[in-house]
Design a protein around this ligand. Structure first.
Ligand code: FAD
Length: 452
């Protein structure tokens, strides 16, 4: 008897290679409906920011082409998963629904749907695809989640190696059902079209992701010991590709175990530990799905944040603070949808410590403007800088952007690229006195200490 159709519901895994849910559907036999659902309605769904919407459009277009090459279609639908998926099951006569897991608040939507569909007699399965180590498998001896990165990553590395990546299916027997037209989702900016810098910097999609990985392995990884210097391209810039799952961490891991130049081999552990920070962020999210809104350290609930002065906040957002390294970072973000990691820490420190503005305000701006805006890494990193997070930087570590620039951008390659008017009369004076505001930040922290 021919198999009934399967539905593969893609979310943060926009790839055909190393996609366990897709491979399982192909192996099951029968036609496959490959679905992407734009769900801004389910409880816990956070609408994507502008830069992420831009990325999503490109990624879905690339995925549709990959699927078409293999005989399948990409079906686009919009609405709450709890409504749309059962409808699609009825429409297509599907006997199976497969997906790869997610780890934040939306996993409750998945769990509820799984039990409903199973109760209707469907085969429903979820797979691990986005993380090297499932968060519930990495615990302390007492069975608790790790709160500190180093022992967490040590525990990850002490177990079995992550599984090898799966090959992409050569043929997928697609089942055509009604689909939205991607253009009607209006994910791309039109008036104004602010995405020119994004188009120049990125190629969303699986092929772009693999090209980026190869480029990094050859040119960036041998320089990765200089990863803190924003003026050189020593980091991978894989973050948006990993965020949208165009590339899996398993594929990155396997490539890093493959042929490498000696200078690259020396830098491999450090690079993999940064992938480990991504795993750690997801572990935090898994155990506290509210990390984008609630302090991990609850003593920070007492922190005396200041109401943002709109002009000051706008100067930070637009890269007009008069502090060159901060402005360079904020302009890099606005123009290209990405910012170098060290500079992210510095601009976040300025906002939360020198300006005493709540980390949630900064997190929201990054959410809107980053192409790699990630529900785990963005919130966890903001909390890390603010001091309220797991394994956070000690509070007194207020980054001094002037000293940081001297140390990590000594020839001003980065600052001059993004702030060409530096040294001319057109550049603003600093909006804040770094020394005085540092003292004020330390005083504000006394309130948290007292609340402990
Ligand atoms: P590489 O150095 O090449 O690292 C490889 C990969 O490891 C990255 O692509 C990323 O997936 C992961 N990674 C590296 N550093 C971290 C880290 N500190 N935490 C978690 N994962 C990491 N990263 C995001 O992916 N999305 C975000 O929304 C995000 N928001 C951030 C906000 C702040 C305030 C800060 C300080 C950091 C944030 N990061 C975020 C982490 C980090 O800055 C980026 O992952 C990194 O800059 C991406 O560049 P890359 O791919 O060249 O990194």
């Amino acid at each position: 008897m021919p198999s009934t159709p399967s539905i593969v519901w893609l979310r943060d895994d926009l790839r055909v290679a190393d996609n366990p849910a897709l491979s399982a559907a192909v192996d099951r036999g029968g036609p496959v409906v490959v679905l992407y659902l734009l769900d801004e309605e389910s409880p816990g769904a956070r609408p994507l920011g502008g830069a992420s919407r831009w990325w999503l459009h490109g990624s879905l277009a690339a995925l549709a082409a990959e699927l078409a090459d293999r005989g399948a279609h990409l079906t686009l639908r919009r609405g709450a998963a709890g409504t749309v998926i059962p409808q699609l099951v009825a429409e297509s006569g599907a006997g199976a629904v497969y997906w790869n897991r997610r780890y934040g608040a939306l996993r409750e939507v998945d769990a509820e749907l799984k039990s409903r569909l199973r109760a209707d007699g469907l085969d429903v399965q979820s797979f691990g695809a986005s993380l090297l180590f499932e968060p519930w498998t990495i615990t302390t001896g007492a069975g608790d989640p790790y709160k500190v990165f180093t022992p967490f990553w040590r525990a990850c590395l002490a177990g079995d190696d992550p599984r090898a990546p799966l090959q992409p299916p050569e043929r997928i027997e697609g089942l055509a059902v009604a689909s939205d037209d991607l253009d009607t989702w209006a994910l791309l900016p039109t008036r104004p079209d602010w995405a020119a810098g994004l188009r120049a910097a990125w190629t969303p999609g699986e092929q772009g992701a693999h090209a980026r990985l190869e480029h990094f392995v050859e040119h960036g990884l041998p320089l990765y010991h200089r990863r803190d210097e924003p003026g050189i391209e020593a980091t991978s810039r894989l973050s948006p590709h990993l965020r949208f799952g165009e590339l899996s961490p398993h594929q990155v891991w396997a490539r890093l175990r493959g042929p490498l130049a000696p200078a690259a081999i020396a830098n491999r552990p450090k690079f993999l530990s940064e992938i480990g920070w991504r795993e750690f962020s997801y572990s935090i999210l898994f155990h506290q799905p509210s990390i984008a809104t609630e302090n991990v350290r609850r003593d920070f609930d007492a922190f005396p944040w200041q109401a943002p002065d709109p002009a000051v906040l706008e100067a930070w957002r637009r890269g007009m603070t008069g502090i060159p390294l901060v402005d360079a970072g904020m302009r890099q973000l606005w123009t290209s949808g990405w910012m170098h990691n060290r500079v992210r820490m510095i601009v976040a420190s300025l906002l939360t410590k020198n300006l005493l503005i709540d980390w949630r305000v900064g997190e929201a701006w990054f959410w809107d403007t980053l192409v790699d805006a990630d529900e785990a890494s963005n919130a966890a990193s903001w909390q890390w800088v603010a001091g309220s997070g797991a394994d956070a930087a000690p509070y007194f570590r207020v980054f001094n952007p002037v000293l940081q620039a001297e140390r990590f951008d000594p020839d001003q390659a980065y600052v001059r690229q993004w702030v060409p008017e530096l040294g001319t009369g057109a550049y603003p004076r600093p909006i804040v006195d770094l020394a005085a505001s540092r003292t004020a930040a330390l005083a504000a922290y006394e309130v948290v200490k007292a609340a402990k």
